[in-house]
Design a protein around this ligand. Sequence first.
Ligand SMILES: Cc1cc2nc3c(=O)[nH]c(=O)nc-3n(C[C@H](O)[C@H](O)[C@H](O)COP(=O)(O)OP(=O)(O)OC[C@H]3O[C@@H](n4cnc5c(N)ncnc54)[C@H](O)[C@@H]3O)c2cc1C
Length: 231
Amino acid sequence: MGLKWRFLTLVSVVVFANFHGHNHADEAPNYSFIQEATSDPQVSFYDYIIIGRGAAGCPLAATLSTRDAKVLVLERGGSPYSNTTKIRMENFITTLIDRSPDSFSQALVSEDGVPGKRARLLGGGTAINVGFYLRGETSFLELIGLDEAFARESYEWVEKKLVNKPVSLEWQSAVRNGLLEAGVLPDNGFTYAHINGTKTSGTVFDRKGNRHTAADLLGYADPRRIRMEIL
Ligand SMILES: Cc1cc2nc3c(=O)[nH]c(=O)nc-3n(C[C@H](O)[C@H](O)[C@H](O)COP(=O)(O)OP(=O)(O)OC[C@H]3O[C@@H](n4cnc5c(N)ncnc54)[C@H](O)[C@@H]3O)c2cc1C
């Protein structure tokens, strides 16, 4: 596939990631197992200690807690539930460029000198990113040796809590039609599949513009076996 088509495909999927969609949950959950680190007992024992409650840490912690393991998760940043306005769709850019000490996003410069951002809160990158969602390529699953049925089950586990089908507004529909007219084919309609062409994929924003983050996956956790500390 030529560079132009790769670019157009990217544009088509990113543009549609920003629409409002159907929601799974409108209210922030109240996780009793999230504590300030200062309230921790002097000595505690855990089977697993996970550092960072981002896209990887939250689902890992939730899963381990339901498999008979006692889990401690440490997070350096705050909680998006302390100020859900900051993670709403219309505040995406404001939050990303916020340079205040308690900002949810942290500026960084890569070793190659490229400036970027990384998250500093419960939910990690899923609480500050563009919110675009699609499943991995089948060839990638083969490459890393992940069973396809297990991967599908895992995708559905995530999608149930976080992912919404976007609603296409007028201008976005125009862009979509433009891509199709320009020959970015096939027209895949709405799909989570990682395939070429024009498609509308998932978004973590619900129809009200509320963001759903990896922290929502903690709803799967066994609260008796998990402790999360804000450092
Ligand atoms: C601006 C932007 C837009 C993006 N857009 C998309 C998108 O649309 N779709 C998509 O799929 N991906 C997107 N991504 C990428 C995606 O968000 C990341 O790939 C993903 O969040 C990485 O997951 P992770 O668990 O590795 O790290 P993170 O989700 O970043 O989690 C790391 C966590 O560790 C914590 N932490 C770090 N150091 C410490 C420490 N020393 N002690 C305690 N805690 C610590 C951090 O505060 C953070 O909560 C985007 C990323 C950015 C920055």
